[in-house]
Write a protein that binds this ligand. Structure first.
Ligand code: PLP
Length: 291
């Protein structure tokens, strides 16, 4: 029987229901995380759990859990569910209270849930690369918070899906921010550029891993905003994210990126990222290595 976490306890998933007055359900008043599991091991768990606590702090949500407690319980959940390759989805809302915009007073207990989902490596897309569209970034000004409010992201992603594309690359005032569910980087003359970790983007954990790998391997990079013109003229463009790792972009609004195939720097980063996964979690039986 599939298990999940509810408020710090491991329970049977089918026993759980959502209260219609949960503030996450009514207002999107909460935060979430997605952690990747390879070989039954959590990848960059501390980084994700630290960001969860940061997000909670940013929305003034007090969580009565430590990173250590959450991590050991997530490990237990992964074992109980026999999850080898997949993701853990976790979210915390401000709790259940009669509908009213202001915080419940007195405060109610937050509602914390976590569950697992199987996922194998998407080798096909990693090899071929993906098509994207450019889309205006209509989101709020705290995109650094991993908030449950994802309407801007959802509308952008849907537009991409309807155009037969994988992702929407968002831009604000002519500057590229991030994908609807990923960070975006460009490569020009061998140098990587990605938006700095400001309030306008989510500081992706995969983005951070990618930048560390650049640093360790002497790949030049800078965290600075770039324009849509720079994006369209870049030699290479790639996305990063927990479920996609490093993913080449081969087309934007029907226009080829570079030669229209995944570029050398992107492929090198894919390999470095995969090596990092293997270093932390062991080799993935189901994944063909990226040549
Ligand atoms: C808007 C947005 N940006 C960036 C990312 C990438 O973040 P991470 O690498 O932590 O998964 C995500 C992931 O879901 C996202 O939703």
């Amino acid at each position: 029987m599939e298990k999940m976490i509810l408020n710090g306890k491991i329970v049977v998933r089918s026993d759980i229901s959502v209260d219609v007055e949960d503030r996450g359900y009514q207002f999107g008043d909460g935060i979430y995380e997605v952690i990747r599991v390879y070989n039954g091991r959590l990848f960059t768990a501390t980084e994700h759990l630290s960001r969860l606590l940061e997000s909670a702090k940013s929305i003034r949500l007090d969580l009565p859990f430590t990173i250590e407690d959450m991590e050991s319980q997530l490990n237990e959940l992964v074992r109980e569910n026999g999850l080898e390759f997949g993701t853990i989805y976790m979210q915390c809302t401000r709790g259940v209270s009669p509908r009213n915009h202001a915080f419940p007073a007195p405060a109610v207990n937050p509602v914390y849930v976590a569950y697992t989902k199987p996922l194998l490596h998407s080798q096909e897309l990693a090899k071929t690369g993906v098509k994207t569209i450019l889309e205006e970034d209509i989101r709020w000004l705290r995109c650094d918070i991993k908030s449950l409010n994802l309407l801007g992201n959802i509308l952008a992603k849907q537009k991409a899906a309807e155009a037969g594309c994988f992702e929407a690359l968002q831009h604000r005032d002519g500057m590229v921010t991030e994908g609807s569910s990923s960070n975006v980087s460009i490569v020009t003359d061998g140098k990587i550029k990605t938006h700095p970790a400001t309030n306008l983007i989510l500081n992706g954990i995969s983005r951070q891993v990618m930048l560390r790998l650049c640093k360790e391997n002497g790949i030049p990079y800078s965290e600075e905003p770039f324009t849509t013109d720079e994006l369209l003229a870049a030699d290479e463009v790639f996305l990063s994210g927990t479920t996609i790792e490093v993913l080449p972009v081969i087309q934007i609004d029907g226009q080829a990126v570079g030669d229209g195939i995944p570029g050398v720097v992107t492929r090198k980063l894919q390999k470095l990222f995969r090596d990092e996964v293997i270093k932390q979690c062991g080799p993935a039986k189901h994944a063909a290595p990226i040549e």
